[in-house]
Design a protein around this ligand. Structure first.
Ligand code: ASP
Length: 343
């Protein structure tokens, strides 16, 4: 009898000592296989309507999105790191005049281009960001350099530029960022503002255009980055969500990586990127549910327009937006999709 009781006790003890299985990606235990790699990008969200687009313009954007995905996918396929994939993919989009980041950035009220970017490593949760730089060719490289080569997380203005120069990054004259399109958009905004007797109008076109990328590599490491020129007609050295860790970007290997685009002030106030991670971490929501809730419910109810791209630790992808369109795309082994409009 005593022997029988001892065996029972041992069994009960062994059961109690089993490691707890937690699955941040799906609440209930799912045996989901991790994709060998995954990559997701955006080129901004806003009033992007099929009826306002020519087929040539549409092709230019889908070609650019595919070319950006090619760059990141090549790195990940060869076993490269998610951080390299994010940096190189975003650099391509910064160099393209199509997007509101790097060359092609929107103009401030004073006719300047002030650029913001952030970078985060989901393995270490190290992060770096720059705000309001006017001479750094690729702000995303500067953000990564802040993370890796300084003891800080965020540098702004002249100091950030001096740091980028010290790090040997490409420095360009401010007029490198000029594009006629963006200049004309500022003139239209200024005219509209004058008609409204000077009421501040940041973006009557409601076309955003920030770029972002999130990647998962074959070691299970997630990285995220965001880069932008901000909003047309911004003033007073306004800085948006893009360089704010937790607002415009976030990465955590245990949950997800996120990059946002939209009306920055809302994304800052609602800590959008971190909120997706928190819903997965604390409530066990899936990536799809967390991302949908934050963009389509919470942010929308608050009046904040925009979207995000994200992937979870298994390489599942989410790309919700509450605007008419968002330039976006993702790649996984044997899978590729790019999109512009809402379905
Ligand atoms: N989020 C950016 C900002 O507010 C703008 C954008 O996404 O287009 O600066």
């Amino acid at each position: 009898m005593i022997r029988y009781f001892t065996v029972l006790m041992l069994l009960a003890f062994a059961w109690a000592c089993q490691p707890e299985v937690s699955d941040a990606s799906g609440g209930a235990e799912e045996s989901v296989e991790r994709a060998e790699y995954a990559l997701v990008i955006h080129g901004g969200a806003g009033t992007i309507l099929r009826e306002n687009m020519t087929s040539e313009k549409e092709k230019e954007y889908t070609d650019a999105l595919n070319a950006a995905l090619d760059i990141g996918e090549r790195i990940l396929k060869a076993g490269g790191s998610s951080m390299d994939a994010v940096e190189q993919t975003i650099m391509y989009m910064e160099d393209s005049p199509l997007f509101n980041a790097g060359k092609g950035a929107v103009f401030t009220h004073d006719g300047k281009n002030e650029l913001d970017a952030s970078f985060m490593d989901g393995a270490s949760r190290n992060a770096g960001a720059v705000g309001g730089v006017t001479t750094v060719k690729n702000p995303i490289r500067a953000a990564r350099a802040v993370m890796e080569k300084s003891e800080h997380v965020m540098l702004v203005g002249k100091g950030a530029e001096a740091f980028a120069q010290e790090q040997g990054l490409d420095i360009v004259p401010p007029d490198y960022f000029f594009t006629q399109n963006r200049w004309d958009a500022l003139q239209r905004t200024l005219e509209a503002e004058n008609k409204q007797n000077g009421a501040l109008l940041s973006n009557p076109d409601h076309k955003f255009g920030t770029v972002g990328c999130v990647a998962l590599d074959n070691k299970g490491n997630i990285a995220a980055g965001t880069s932008t020129g901000g909003m047309t007609n911004k003033r007073y050295n306004r800085i948006g969500d893009a360089p704010i860790i937790g607002a415009g970007a976030y990465a955590n290997n245990a949950t997800c990586g996120v990059s946002c685009t939209g009306h920055g002030e809302y994304f800052i106030r609602y800590a959008v990127a971190y909120d997706v991670n928190a819903l997965m971490d604390y409530k066990g929501l899936s990536l799809q549910d967390a991302a949908h809730h934050v963009i389509q419910e919470k942010l929308k109810a608050a009046g904040g327009s925009g979207g995000l791209i994200a992937l979870d630790r298994n390489g599942k992808v989410a790309m919700p937006f509450n605007t008419p369109g968002m330039y976006r795309g993702y790649a996984r082994p044997g899978e590729r999709e790019v999109g512009i409009y809402g379905e």
